[in-house]
Design a protein around this ligand. Structure first.
Ligand code: EPU
Length: 440
C-alpha cells in the first residue's frame, strides 16, 4: 500500500479561508543558494513541506546549520562550515526529490567536488538531467556517472560560458544561475526560463552580491563575482497551490479565500478561470475564488512555459472542466506524460479521452513521439465516489478535488505524496468544511 489513506465524503462545496505560504518551486532553490554565501541567510514565508525537509537534510549533511521556525516560517541557514558529506548519507536521500541536482554548482565552488544521488520527483515523464550535465560540463566540470549517482569535480575551477538551452527548462536555468554567479568571468544564457520563481531566485542572488541581468528574448547575462554574502528574503507565494485551491472551489461549487495569493503571478490562470466561468476578487492580502452560479463553460487551453498556462495548473483545472458544459481540450506541451491521473477521474464518471496528437493548439515537440499529451473532456458529468490511488503530487491533489466534488464516499490512497507540495492540506481541508477522515 502507498502511504496515507483518506476517506472523503464528497458533494459539499469547499468554503472558507486558507493561507498559502512560499512557493515550493522557489524555497528549496533559495535554500541551496545559501550554500554560496560566506555569511548566514534568512528566508521567510517557508512552508512545512517535504521538499523543504529533504533540502534541510542535505544541507545539514554538508555542514550547513539549519534552524527552522515552522510557525513563523523562518529558516536560518549558516553555511560557514560547509564540508563534504559521506556518499552513503547523501544516497539515503536518493529518490526523494530532484533538487539535489542543483547542489552541483554551489558545492563545486565551495568544495571542488559534488556527489548527487539518483533523483526523484514526480513520475510525470522521463524527467532527464541531460541539460543540467551539459551546462555543468560547459562551465568546466568533469562528470563521472557511478552506480549510486553522479560525481562531479572541477580540476580547473568553473569558468563563465555561453549556453543555449534547447528548451526553456526551469531547472536548467536555475542550474546556470547557481553556477554562473561565482564562476570566473561572464556567462550568457540563451533560451532561459523566466518563471516568477526564477525571478525570485535572481532577487535572492542579487541580494547576495551577484550581478545578473535578465534581458529580452529569454537571455540572461551573469557576471561572476569572487564572493557572495548571505541574504534576507521573503519567498514569493505558491501560485500552484493557490490555483489548486481555486480549481477546488470551482469544481465543488464553493468559495475559498486564499490569503497570501498574488495576482501578478497568476494573470494567465485568472484569465482561464474567468473564461471557464469562475469568479475571483483580488484583495491586497489575497484572492477570493468562487463559483458564481450558472453553468461552467468548456475551454481550449495549452500548457506552456511562463508566461503561458503552467503545466502544474492543468490537473486541478481538468477536474473543474469535467463539470463544464461542452467539450474542453487541454494540450500538455511541457511534460510528455501528465494525463495518467485522468484514469481515476473516468472511474469516477468523467468522460475524458487522451490523444497522441497535438489537439487544439500549435504542434509541440511531443506530437510525433507517441505520447498521450492531449485530453478531451466532455461535460458536465456528475462524479461519484470511488477508491483511487494518488499517482503524483499534482495528479494527487486533483484526485482529492474529484473526491470532494463527487457524490458519495471515496477512499484516496497514497495521500502522503501530497505533503511534498501542499502545506497542512489536511487542516486546510478542515477549515474549508470538507468531510475528510484519515484512515491510515
Ligand atoms: N528536460 C529535459 N532535460 C533536462 C531537464 C528538463 O529534457 O535536463 C525537459 C523535461 O523533461 C520537461 C521540460 O524539459 O519536459 C521542462 O522541465 P523543467 O526543467 O522546466 O522542469 P523542472 O525544473 O524539473 C520545475 C518544477 C516542476 C514544474 C516544471 C515546469 C521544481 C522543483 N519543479 O521542474 O514542478 O512542473 O519546473 O514549470 O521546481 C511540481 O511542482 O509538481 C512540479 C513538477
Amino acid at each position: 500500500m502507498v502511504d496515507g489513506l483518506l476517506q472523503v465524503e464528497g458533494g459539499r462545496p469547499l468554503s472558507g479561508e486558507i493561507t498559502v505560504r512560499g512557493a515550493k518551486n522557489l524555497v528549496p532553490k533559495a535554500m541551496v543558494a545559501a550554500l554560496l554565501g560566506t555569511t548566514p541567510s534568512v528566508l521567510g514565508n517557508v512552508p512545512l513541506i517535504r521538499d523543504v525537509e529533504v533540502v534541510s537534510g542535505l544541507l545539514t549533511l554538508h555542514g550547513v546549520q539549519v534552524d527552522y521556525d515552522q510557525t513563523a516560517g523562518i529558516l536560518r541557514l549558516d553555511p560557514s562550515r560547509v564540508e563534504a558529506a559521506h556518499v552513503a548519507d547523501i544516497d539515503a536521500h536518493a529518490g526523494s526529490s530532484r533538487i539535489p541536482i542543483l547542489f552541483c554548482g554551489p558545492l563545486l565552488h565551495r568544495l571542488g567536488e559534488a556527489f548527487i544521488p539518483d533523483l526523484g520527483g514526480c513520475r510525470i515523464g522521463d524527467r532527464p538531467i541531460d541539460f543540467h550535465l551539459d551546462i555543468l560540463r560547459s562551465f568546466g566540470a568533469v562528470v563521472d556517472k557511478l552506480e549510486a549517482g553522479i560525481r562531479l569535480t572541477a580540476p580547473d575551477g568553473l569558468r563563465g560560458t555561453v549556453i543555449e538551452l534547447p528548451y526553456p527548462s526551469v531547472g536548467a536555468t536555475e542550474q546556470t544561475l547557481l553556477t554562473a554567479v561565482r564562476a570566473d568571468g561572464r556567462t550568457e544564457l540563451r533560451g532561459a526560463a523566466v518563471e516568477p520563481e526564477i525571478m525570485d531566485l535572481v532577487d535572492v542572488l542579487q541580494k547576495m552580491g551577484a550581478i545578473i541581468s535578465v534581458d529580452t528574448d529569454r537571455i540572461i547575462h551573469i557576471e561572476g563575482v569572487e564572493e557572495l554574502a548571505g541574504y534576507r528574503h521573503t519567498a514569493l507565494p505558491d501560485r500552484i497551490e493557490t490555483a489548486s485551491w481555486a480549481s477546488a472551489a470551482l469544481a465543488t461549487g464553493g468559495d475559498v479565500f486564499v490569503h497570501g495569493a498574488h495576482q501578478s503571478h497568476m494573470t494567465t490562470f485568472l484569465n482561464i478561470f474567468r473564461k471557464v466561468g469562475g469568479a475571483f476578487d483580488v484583495r491586497d492580502d489575497g484572492i477570493r475564488f468562487y463559483h458564481p452560479g450558472g453553468d461552467l463553460r468548456s475551454i481550449v487551453v495549452e500548457t506552456n512555459v511562463h508566461p503561458g498556462f503552467m503545466t502544474d495548473w492543468q490537473q486541478p483545472l481538468v477536474v473543474a472542466l469535467t463539470q463544464a458544459d461542452g467539450v474542453s481540450i487541454v494540450h500538455e506541451t511541457v511534460y510528455e506524460n501528465r494525463f495518467g491521473f485522468t484514469k481515476a477521474l473516468c472511474k469516477m464518471g468523467a468522460a475524458i479521452q487522451v490523444y497522441r496528437e497535438c489537439l487544439g493548439g500549435t504542434a509541440c515537440r511531443f506530437g510525433q513521439r507517441n505520447f498521450y499529451h492531449s485530453a478531451v473532456i466532455s461535460g458536465p458529468t456528475p462524479l461519484r465516489g470511488a477508491d483511487i490511488v494518488v499517482p503524483d503530487l499534482r495528479g494527487g491533489f486533483s484526485h482529492l478535488i474529484a473526491a470532494l466534488a463527487a457524490q458519495g464516499t471515496s477512499r484516496v490512497e497514497g495521500i502522503n505524496l501530497i505533503d511534498r507540495g501542499y502545506e497542512h492540506f489536511m487542516s486546510k481541508l478542515g477549515s474549508l468544511d470538507a468531510k475528510v477522515t484519515r484512515l491510515a
